[in-house]
Structure formats: C-alpha cells, structure tokens
Design a protein around this ligand. Sequence first.
Ligand code: KIV
Ligand code: ZN
Length: 515
Amino acid sequence: MTKPENSEQDHVLIFDTTLRDGEQSPGATMSHNEKLEIAELLDDMGVDIIEAGFPIASEGDFEAVSEIARRSTNSVICGLARAKDGDIDRAWEAVKHAPQPRIHTFIGTSPLHRDIPNLTKDEMAEVIHTSVSRARNLCDNVQWSPMDATRTEHDYLCRVVEIAIKAGATTINIPDTVGYTAPRESADLIRMLIETVPGADEIIFATHCHNDLGMATANALAAVEAGARQIECTINGLGERAGNTALEEVVMALKVRNDIMPYQTRIDTTKIIQASRMVATVSGFPVQFNKAIVGKNAFAHESGIHQDGMLKNSENFEIMRPEDIGLSETNLVMGKHSGRAALRAKLSDLGFELGDNQLRDVFVRFKELADRKKEVFDDDLVALMTDSNTNAANDRMQVKFLRVICGTQSPQSAELTLTIDGEDHAVKATGDGPVDATFNAVKALFEHKASLQLYQVNAVTEGTDAQATVSVRMEEDGKIVTGQSSDTDTVVASAKAYVNALNKLLVRREKSAPQ
Ligand code: KIV
Ligand code: ZN
C-alpha cells in the first residue's frame, strides 16, 4: 500500500469534524439542510476530509452523511463507527455514495476505557483487528482511532496501532479525548509511534485534540512538527466541553508562521470568515469577541481601534490582513437609501451569496432596520443575516406583537401575541423586569418545562441605537437547545431568541417521538 498522493512531507491534510464532533456539543444540533450547506462550503474551501456524521447514531445522521457523500466533489467524506459490525456497515452504506469515501472506526484503549466494555488487553486487540479488517473489506480508505490515546500505556498503544495498520488502516488518528496533553508530550507521542511501530511509514498519523486546557491548537501543531500529517479540527473550535482544535487557528498559524512551520494546507483562507459565521448561526454558539482569527476584535480595524500607528501602517499591529480570512477591508455604511444591488454586493463581500428570493426577503428586513437605525454597519448586516427571524420560514411559532411597560415601579408587564401553527394567541403577563415579564408571557402561551440555562446580551455595534444580539440556552429532559436573535430593541430580541430556542425544542421533540 502506498501513501495517499497528497501526503508529501510538507503537506498537512485538514480533517474537519464540525458536523460530527462539533455537532456532539450539547445544544449545537443542526438540521439536515444546515449540514448540507456547511459541507458544501467545507468542500469548496479545500477541506481534505469532512467527517460528516455518525451514521448509526440516528436516521437523521445517516441521511445527512449519505446526502453529503452524494454531493461531495473534492473532499473525502468520512463516517464514524464504533468497533461494531452494525456501526461499520452502516457507516459504509452512508459514505459509499461519495467519489472518495472513508470509514473512521474507533475504540477507547486507555485503562479507563477498556473497563467500560470490560475487555482484557488481548480481547481488545482482537476486536481492533476484526473491526479494522471489516472496514477495510468495504472501503480502501480506513481511519482508526484509539480513543483516549494520550492516557493509554505506550507499549499497549504501539501494539494496537501496529495491529490496526496490519489490518489495513490507512490513517491512524491519535486523539487527546479529554484535552489532557501538552505540546511537548503531544509531539513526543507521535514521534515515538512513528519511530517504534512497524509499518508506521506506510500510513498517515493524525492528531485530534480537545481544548480543555486551552492547548488544542498548540498540541496539534506540535504533533505536526513531530510528523503528523493530518489535523482534526472544527470551525470556531466547536465541540464538546471546551471544544476541538479550531480549523482557522491551525490553518492561519501554518500560513502566517510558515517560516518556522514549513507546511502547507489546501484551505482557501478567504472562506474562513464565511464558514465561521455560518457555523455560529447554525449551531447557536456565538463566537467570543476576542477569539483568535474570527472574533469580532481579532483585527484592530474591525474593532474600531484607530490608533495613530494603525492608521500610518497597518503592519505595525497586524500580522495578517483581514482579507486573508475573507473580511472586506472597509466597513462601508449602508442606509435607508441603499438599493437592492448595493445590498447584494455588500452581503457578497461579507460572505453571504443570496438567490433572488432570499435577497427580496432580506431587503425588506434591511429596510426595516435602516428605518430604525440611521447607519447600518457590516456587523448589523451580519447580525441580520444570522438572525433566527431571517431563517424562520419553517418555524411553528413566531413573535407577532410585543409591548412592554417598564419603569421604576414593579412589576413590569408584557403584552405578547405569538403565532403558533398559523393561529394568533395573545396574553398579558407580569414579571421582575421587562425580559422576565416577556418570558412569562411566552410560557403562558406555550407551556413547557424547559429551563433557561443561559441568557446573554451583546451589543452589535457602538451607539445607543445599536442592535442587541440575545442568546439563550434551554434544557428539557437532558436535551439542550440554543436560540439567538438581534434587534434594536433588546426585549424584542430576547423574545425572539427565546421563541427560536422553543422552535428547535419542538423539532427535537418531533424527532424523538415514537413513530
Ligand atoms: O475525542 C475523541 O476521542 C473522538 C474520537 C471518536 C476520535 O472524537
Ligand atoms: Zn473528539
């Protein structure tokens, strides 16, 4: 067996698992169409391998992986499978439609993980041989992962990696499942495997890091320096707990510091901001302002910091240019006199390509916003595009009317009309503050037992007429959903974000209801 063509010594494959490990993050559930849209963009931006889902997990996962496989052009499409016949066969059934399919099978190899299925080391070695062989009989491209590799005894890790290679694995992924390792250890582990395991030079080693100690990017890059040639990552670092290695961070680090890390990726970095915004919207996980590369404040000119030095020479402050990740250089202000063509051009600059029908709807919302707000900035348009209301066509519940009475005297009150399944329902409720009153009104109209876990407000731009983006996270029977909305009125944004989360809860209830 020879190494895949694009594994030359200086080339690092980018394996994106936003749709699998990212989606596993509680509350980040994505719909079928949202997954297709993200996969299309990942394929287009040069991601080498897309881990599209875990086909055995649900019918929805299976359908999404199959459809992504059918539509893929350049990327390898990968499906995850435990070391079980049913999982492996199901993963193959889904990915086989891709021009370049891959099965990724895994088992936990650390002492803690071996205890769960209660297998001895020898019994587990046998399971690994059988599962990888089964996958390899179905598909030429097989990835195997010893889950919790960084806490697995080194001698046992070498033994099972050798077994997987002999059984036909073409990529061996070394996961730091709990985000425990540190850069030097991450490098030493990869180096040790490459130097010790027979057949290691025939396959690709991958690094898969979690960010629990904030070292996922550093650990992945250290692994590359030691010989790993595939980085597993997600857009915005989305993922369980503190998330995974962020795609934008490793890709830009390799680009900007190519002088000391002379490795290439195939990623078109100008698509990074579009991918970041799309994943933030779809997952309901907003990007923190000071997040490396894609945060609102990551570029001085974007955050409105116009210091003297910056104005004289942007290189004084910036190690990369905003255009490198697809941010337009200017923050041209739009207003109520701006026309449809200008809006389309501006949105395209911001990474949103709209069809005629979508543009017509967005234009109406833009005009409403411009009527209320003299100047509409780039960030306002991004908030508009990512607002749940812009994407609410299929929602069962919508906010139709809201009026709150608030002031120094308690309680505050809210009059609310919700359209639920096409019918209007109105109520008046009180509460401790206007948001509490509004949420009580929503609860009165739509009874539910979901509890509010997070309520967060961010101003989109400066000024007292700025829009507010409100994010909420809710939990019902262990299921977590998030909602988001933006409006110049914070209470309206709050009501819409709450209703957005409830709509997602309804979808989840429908999915889990017995057929
Ligand atoms: O973190 C992990 O160990 C994983 C495996 C399934 C590869 O995501
Ligand atoms: Zn993981």
